[in-house]
Design a protein around this ligand. Structure first.
Ligand code: ZN
Length: 383
């Protein structure tokens, strides 16, 4: 094996303590050196973004198999995402299994050249409430031991979304948590007490838990009926996925989560295959979708995933007044912690050289995945 030469970037480097310091960062596959020096530089060097919930992009979808996964991994790397979980949609069981095998195949073949690192799959459904499908097709099923056994044998799931009120949900969650899988609560009609008890049981086992796209497909918060969102916000350990695209979540609802759950909010895209393609017709789980003005909907008006990329989510959060170091944590350190990834998420010597470099206007200027530069395509002006 030939060792790759060490590369060096100079700019304002975001350190794990939340301070930007002018200096240089040296790296091969891992970060090998961080120095502070007064050199003229206007670039911002951040840890690469980690997206734990992403269905598609550039016309590709996780359900398409390896070719679709390659497309989405390359598209989102263009926007600063260096690690992601291809996410399945609720579908007939054989199709879900085939998609999971596709993720495994991509990982086993060495990943996606020119794309984000893939660290496993996010299984979204089919173990969800038929009464809270959102834009998921109507193929929800109950957890069953034989299905659980098939999932465990694949050894590819890193995060799951399930509805805790389903019979058998806790057994499924326990089994997956035993493999280190993050347990997500979503697409649910459970009440707050059910969700709180479910979380409590899992935390006693040492499991990592998460809200799947907080506020979406789980009802609202009322004083007497706080619902799943209230329970997830109130729990001290649950991580909280938020789609900050200006469509899925009201800015105040996002700011509420940020205030209630410091260090627990992570930004995701929930992007579907039309991400990166502009407005026009598309598809989600076999259903026709229309994208107009950056909003993807089914024919009945249901929001159907997003066309968000994480660089846009970053700019949206900054526009709402959040300091960039805090936003960076929501894009890197927090999602890494939610998945139990200890080799990435911050800029520290010894961690993977997953780097996203921005200019002063917060546009992506360079991206490195495990020290490898991603060739960036020229784009029109960023949103
Ligand atoms: Zn989703």
């Amino acid at each position: 094996m030939t060792a790759r030469p060490t590369q060096t970037l100079r700019g304002h480097i975001l350190h794990p303590d939340g301070e930007f310091r002018l200096g240089s960062l040296s790296f091969g596959p891992q970060i090998s050196g961080l120095t502070t020096e007064a050199a003229p530089a206007d670039l911002l060097i951040l840890p690469g973004f980690i997206d734990t919930h992403i269905h598609g992009g550039a016309g590709g979808d996780t359900m398409d198999g390896p070719a679709g996964i390659q497309k989405l991994a390359r598209l989102h790397a263009q926007h600063g995402t260096t690690t992601l979980l291809p996410t399945t949609i609720t579908h007939r069981w054989p199709e879900v299994l085939a998609a999971l095998r596709g993720v495994r195949e991509v990982m086993d073949s060495g990943g996606v050249t020119g794309g984000a690192d893939i660290v496993g799959a996010h299984l979204e459904g089919p173990f969800i409430s038929p009464g809270r499908l959102g834009a998921q097709p109507p193929h929800a099923v109950l957890p069953q031991p034989d299905l659980t056994a098939e999932l465990l044998a694949l050894d590819v799931i890193r995060a799951v979304t399930l509805a805790p009120e389903l019979p058998g949900a806790l057994d499924l969650a326990r089994a997956l948590a035993g493999q280190g899988v993050r347990i997500g609560i979503g697409h649910t009609r459970a009440d707050a007490d059910t969700v709180s008890a479910f979380l409590h049981t899992l935390h006693e086992l040492g499991a990592r838990t998460c809200a799947t796209h907080l506020y979406n497909a789980m009802g609202g918060i009322e004083g007497r009926t706080p619902g799943p969102a209230g329970a997830l916000l109130a729990d001290p350990h649950a991580f909280l996925e938020v789609i900050l695209d200006g469509v899925h979540v009201h800015p105040t609802a996002f700011l509420l989560a940020r205030a209630a759950a410091p260090g627990r909010v992570l930004l995701i895209t929930d992007a579907m295959r039309a991400a990166g393609l502009g407005d026009g017709p598309s598809e989600l789980g076999g259903q026709p979708v229309t994208v107009q003005d950056g909003k993807a909907t089914l024919s009945d008006g249901t929001i159907a995933g997003s066309v968000l990329t994480l660089d846009v989510a970053l700019r949206n959060a900054v526009r709402l007044g959040l300091p960039l170091p805090e936003v960076s944590r929501m894009l890197s350190a927090v999602p890494a912690a939610s998945l139990g990834l200890t080799d990435r998420g911050e800029l520290r010597v010894g961690l993977r050289a997953d780097l996203t470099v921005l200019d002063a206007d917060l546009n992506v200027k360079a991206v490195y995945v495990g020290g490898q530069a991603i060739p960036l395509q020229p784009t029109e002006a960023h949103a």
